[in-house]
Design a protein around this ligand. Structure first.
Ligand SMILES: *Cc1c(COP(=O)(O)O)cnc(C)c1O
Length: 409
């Protein structure tokens, strides 16, 4: 290997490739565009048949009894907490290694987020830490399937049942994954009390924006649908108050709860229906790329690969590498910048939620979850999306390998 190839681009060598690769991106094809155009020119561009079609598709894909789509994943989490009855005085346990929406949803309901630490090998919320954080105020657990790998749901389900907690799964990363355990099993969306998806463009399928709440509980589903549209009921048969049918006609509606406008448009639903047709393909392509990365990195000294639990059949949303910083003479920031200079754009998921000023003010402090902070200090997400070609994948591997070898002590 020549020096030009061996030396990182950031130190004056040649980059592994000329064009930049992003860490994640959507894949929109002609069918998607056709479906969206058709809906735009139809009678309904919101609250129409495509929203219902998408909900049925999600129900049959996941096996959940009820799917309710909404404007984004954050709204889905808020709706799930609200439907579960999370309110002032309650505590909601979640992981700090997540997008802040997983904790903010408790705050939206006037409840207090509590952070449990993660497992050092899987980076998912650690059931032992959940147990330690339970108090008599705990109402729910928001378990995040970090990178798409299912949490330890056999154990988490047991804990929730013992303490009568609502199990909410933040499945923003994990549509297409499944859990095959002793207590819990099935596709993601089918087993938690409430499961939330996000359809942001970096996620596995996209509506531009979008989210969904899945549940097998009819009462939760009814509340989610009510709350996503102002808490308004139009069917006179469902009214709480008396309504004088001689004076009030079909225009009359009743607001039964303080809801929101978290609706999804029909053209977003049309895009998502079309994307759902390719979900199995997206999942299998992601699995192929992950298998290639796992193979390439398994013996690369200086790098730690995220461990998988056998119960999780994972559709990976993110591929996270962790630098073994004791073995490298660079910082995570230097490595990250060096990857950019190779034209491989990485991202870091995530800065611990309680490090944010909003959470400082609630007396959270650095050091609260030491394992999550340890994991955070070494991680970055390398590119992973179905549209990556095999040669893109090899370039990413080359860049990682080159830098790990160069910076190895
Ligand atoms: C993306 C994401 C969300 C929020 O979804 P939006 O659709 O962007 O609102 C919530 N939790 C996790 C873990 C996410 O990755």
């Amino acid at each position: 290997m020549s020096d030009k190839e061996r030396i990182p681009a950031i130190e004056g060598g040649d980059p592994v490739r000329k064009e930049k690769i992003d860490y994640g991106r959507q894949w929109i094809n002609d069918d998607d565009v056709k479906e969206v155009s058709k809906t735009l020119l139809s009678d309904f561009i919101t609250c129409g048949p495509k929203v219902e079609e998408l909900e049925h598709k999600l129900e049959s894909y996941t096996g959940a009894k009820f799917a309710s789509v909404c404007s984004n994943g954050t709204a889905a989490l808020h709706l799930a907490c609200a439907a579960a009855g999370v309110g002032p005085g309650d505590e909601v346990i979640t992981t700090p290694l997540t997008f802040m929406a997983s904790a903010n949803c408790a705050l939206y309901c006037g409840a207090t987020p509590v952070f449990a630490d993660v497992d050092i090998n899987t980076y998912n919320i650690d059931p032992k830490s959940i147990r330690e954080k339970i108090t008599d105020k705990t109402k729910a657990v928001v378990a995040v399937d970090y990178t798409g790998q299912c949490c330890d749901f056999d154990e988490i389900r047991k804990i929730c049942d013992e303490h009568k907690l609502v199990l909410i799964e933040d499945a923003a990363h994990s549509i297409g994954s499944a859990y095959n355990g002793k207590v819990v099993s099935g596709k993601v969306g089918s087993y938690a009390d409430l499961t939330c998806f996000s359809f942001h463009p970096v996620k596995t399928i996209t509506g531009g924006e979008g989210g969904a709440v899945l549940t097998n509980n009819e009462e939760y589903a009814r509340k989610v649908k009510l709350l996503r549209s102002h808490g308004i009921v139009r069917n006179h048969g469902e009214f709480i108050d008396e309504c004088d049918e001689n004076l009030e006609g079909i225009w009359y509606y009743e607001q039964q709860m303080l809801g929101f406008n978290y609706r999804m448009t029909d053209f977003q639903a049309a895009l998502l229906c079309s994307q759902m047709n390719r979900l199995d393909f997206f999942v299998s392509r992601r699995k192929e790329i992950v298998a290639r990365y796992n193979e390439a990195f398994k013996d690369l000294d200086g790098l730690i690969v995220q461990q998988e639990i056998p119960e999780s059949d994972t559709s990976r949303h993110l591929y996270v590498i962790r630098l073994d910083l004791k073995k490298l003479k660079c910082t995570r920031k230097q490595f990250f910048d060096a990857m950019s200079a190779e034209n491989v754009q990485c991202q870091v998921h995530y800065v611990p939620v309680y490090w944010m000023p909003v959470y400082h003010k609630m007396r959270h402090q650095k050091g609260e979850c030491p394992v999550a902070e340890e994991v955070y200090s070494g991680i970055m997400s390398i590119p992973l999306y179905p549209k990556l070609t095999d040669s893109d994948v090899e370039d990413v591997i080359k860049a990682v390998t080159k830098l790990v070898n160069y910076y190895h002590v």
